[in-house]
Design a protein. Structure first.
Length: 652
């Protein structure tokens, strides 16, 4: 092994020479973006087409009690027209979407911008025929298929607000989101093939709709063609309706601040938060970050391996790339099916130039050995990206050497569902990379590091604390659906005047940011965000569970694993069968991604005399680091801690 030390990695001279932004341009543009955001974004807003140009650029206020975020507010545009129609004159026959199916033997599809226009307009007309109007909500629960892209853009075209629910979520989770957003329509498919297995999405939707209004219509993509139940009058065959619909559908003029989508994400309380993104600022930011962070150039083939059920899929499979007239890959499958070379085979097959994935995927593929990578031709790759959690240096070096052959810059992009696009990231031609650091802020982003105890801004360059952002950027979320008070409380109340990310971070002597992970009750499992409170409420909903406390612990592949302490009802026997049952229970309540990795039977939980569970102690025991539990003197019954240590589940 070579000694990687504190090395700094710079892109090649050729890469830098051709890049959109080099070091000098970064310094100049960044300084301008924070000195005069109005002028900077007035210019950047011109990246997209406006039906009525904006005269107002920035109108934002982070003051607690009156938080309000508006960008380009008097501008009028249509997001779908920007992602599709405006490219027709020059690139009607260029591939917009390369769809790579779950099984490599199924032919891939190359969807041109003209075909995308056709699909989007037809689907928009089907939605209209179902009574969907501007401002109505449409929930989507779909596999990674072209219809998911058509549906997102069809909503945008008619001004409906989409809310995608990841297909790995359970019927209950789907029902909650349909009800919270009061959706008129849910779009699903018969089955979702993934890794050679099929998930019955229609059956899950049927189960969800038992808990929803009878008026919710169900549009079904017959994707695999396998049989499902069918309720006449409620269920509609989407492909058949699209085939019969007109391919002409005018794009609705939308205000810049009209909502584009709602995306539910986990917070520190049990109820998921409906993050609202609007049209103008979001699209400008998604398009700009896609072009500059990934150095997207004409003719490139961009592949983001995320699912459209997450924000990464929204911004970097659909909206950013398509606004830029790019060719974007949409992959239905998983990295290990039919074998561990699938990612690299897809890169080879479609001559991918930029590849963007999560550290958890890199770590699991790294564990399978480099022969899976080496049998593919990866010479088309120019750049690699990482997102979702801090990337550990070992995975970074493997990615760099084995996948990138030492010639592809790696962009470690730090951002969140709430931020719409990248916040802190290397720009590949401008900012030298340090493995494990997200490096420097994107244009217009003003990170500040605060002392968590005093809320004082840390002035020294080299420091650590909690990460806040001092001013707004166009891609920022605007509110939580139906609950602006919770929005202010969740993001602006701990450190008044600033947007609080929920992450801790360190800033080194070069001004580079190193994200150290969440400081709230949110954990990051395989790059999926999970509220520990959500898992707890699922567990306590089980008849035999009296109490539960859930924390994260370090996991080699997933980043963090889910560790649950469970107190059973009086008289209930703790058995392995019950442990299995609880695992299955959480799967059905939330979804497979929330299944606890470890369940420890806890006769009691460490509580203060006022009854508050001391999670700090539970975290330490879960981390197998119980030597330094800190002050336990405020516990009502310190002896419970000894029992938890003696029976701890993680001894690795
Ligand atoms: C949380 C947001 C943004 C799309 C994927 C996740 C963590 C994200 C990084 C990174 C370190 C990262 C943070 C953040 N995170 N990217 N490059 N380095 N941590 O979106 O589900 O909203 O989760 O993911 O903890 O707060 P999300």
């Amino acid at each position: 092994m070579s000694d990687h030390g504190q090395a700094v990695y710079t892109a090649s001279k050729d890469f830098i020479a051709a890049a959109h932004v080099d070091a000098a341009a970064y310094d100049r543009m960044y300084a301008a973006s924070v000195a005069d955001p109005e002028a900077f974004w007035a210019e950047q807003g011109k990246r997209i087409d406006w039906i009525t140009p904006y005269t107002l650029v920035k109108n934002t206020d982070f003051t607690l009690g009156q938080v309000s975020i508006k960008w380009f507010e008097d501008g009028v545009l249509n997001v779908a027209a920007n992602c599709v129609d405006r490219h027709l004159a020059t690139r009607a026959n260029q591939t917009a979407i390369i769809w790579e199916p779950d099984h490599p033997a199924t032919p891939a599809r190359h969807i041109t911008y003209a075909q995308l226009h056709d699909g989007v307009c037809r689907m928009a007309n089907v939605l209209k025929a179902q009574g969907v109007k501007k401002g109505d909500r449409v929930v989507m629960y779909l596999p990674m298929i072209p219809e998911a892209a058509f549906a997102m853009l069809a909503c945008a075209r008619i001004g409906a607000i989409h809310s995608i629910v990841f297909a790995g979520f359970s019927p209950d989770a789907l029902a909650n989101r349909i009800n919270d957003s009061a959706a008129k329509v849910v779009i699903t498919a018969d089955f979702a093939p993934r890794g050679g297995k099929k998930t019955g999405l229609k059956a899950n939707t049927d189960a969800a709709l038992l808990h929803c209004s009878d008026r919710v219509k169900c549009l079904v993509v017959k994707h695999t063609g396998d049989q499902t139940t069918w309720i006449d009058g409620r269920d509609i065959d989407l492909k058949a309706e699209m085939a019969a619909a007109s391919a002409d559908c005018p794009a609705e003029p939308m205000g810049a601040e009209d909502p584009l989508f709602i995306l539910y994400t986990s917070g520190s309380t049990g109820k998921p938060k409906g993050v609202v993104h609007t049209s103008g600022g979001y699209l400008v930011y998604a398009a700009m970050t896609h072009q500059i962070t990934f150095d997207y150039q004409e003719g490139d083939v961009f592949w983001c391996t995320a699912d459209v059920g997450w924000v990464t899929g929204h911004s970097y499979i659909i909206y950013g790339p398509l606004a830029n007239g790019a060719t974007t890959v949409m992959f239905e499958g998983v990295p290990t099916f039919p074998d561990a070379s699938r990612f690299w085979q897809v890169c080879d097959k479609h001559k991918v130039t930029q590849f963007y994935t999560a550290p958890t995927a890199i770590r699991s593929l790294m564990g399978m050995g480099k022969e899976w990578v080496e049998k593919c031709d990866l010479s088309s790759l120019r750049l690699l990206g990482s997102v979702g959690e801090p990337i550990n240096p070992e995975a970074w070096h493997w990615y760099n050497e084995t996948v990138g052959k030492g010639r592809c810059p790696i962009v470690d992009t730090f951002w969140q569902t709430e931020t719409g696009g990248h916040l802190i990231t290397p720009l590949p031609g401008a900012i030298p990379q340090k493995p494990g650091s997200a490096t420097k802020p994107f244009f217009g982003v003003k990170p500040i590091v605060l002392d968590p105890a005093t809320a004082q801004i840390q002035q020294a360059t080299e420091t650590d604390g909690v990460l806040c952002i001092a001013d707004s950027w166009p891609g920022q979320m605007r509110t939580l659906w139906g609950d602006h008070a919770r929005f202010e409380e969740a993001y602006f109340s701990q450190y008044p005047g600033y947007y609080f990310t929920g992450d801790g971070c360190r800033r080194d002597a070069d001004g580079y940011y190193w994200i150290t992970g969440r400081v709230d009750d949110v954990i990051n499992v395989s790059g999926h965000r999970m509220g520990t409170a959500e898992v707890e409420s699922a567990l306590v909903a089980h008849a035999q569970v009296a109490e539960a406390a859930v924390v994260g612990y370090p996991h080699d592949i997933k980043g963090q694993g889910i560790y649950a302490y469970v107190t059973l009802m009086n008289g209930v026997e703790p058995t392995d069968a019950l442990r299995k049952e609880l695992e299955g229970w959480v799967r059905t309540e939330i979804g497979p991604i929330a299944k606890p990795d470890l369940i420890q039977w806890a006769p009691g939980l460490p509580k203060t005399r006022s009854g508050k569970i001391m999670r700090r102690i539970l975290r330490k025991i879960a981390e197998n680091d119980f030597g330094a539990l800190g002050d336990t003197s405020t516990l009502a019954d310190p002896s419970v801690v000894d029992d938890l240590i003696a029976n701890r589940m993680n001894r690795g």
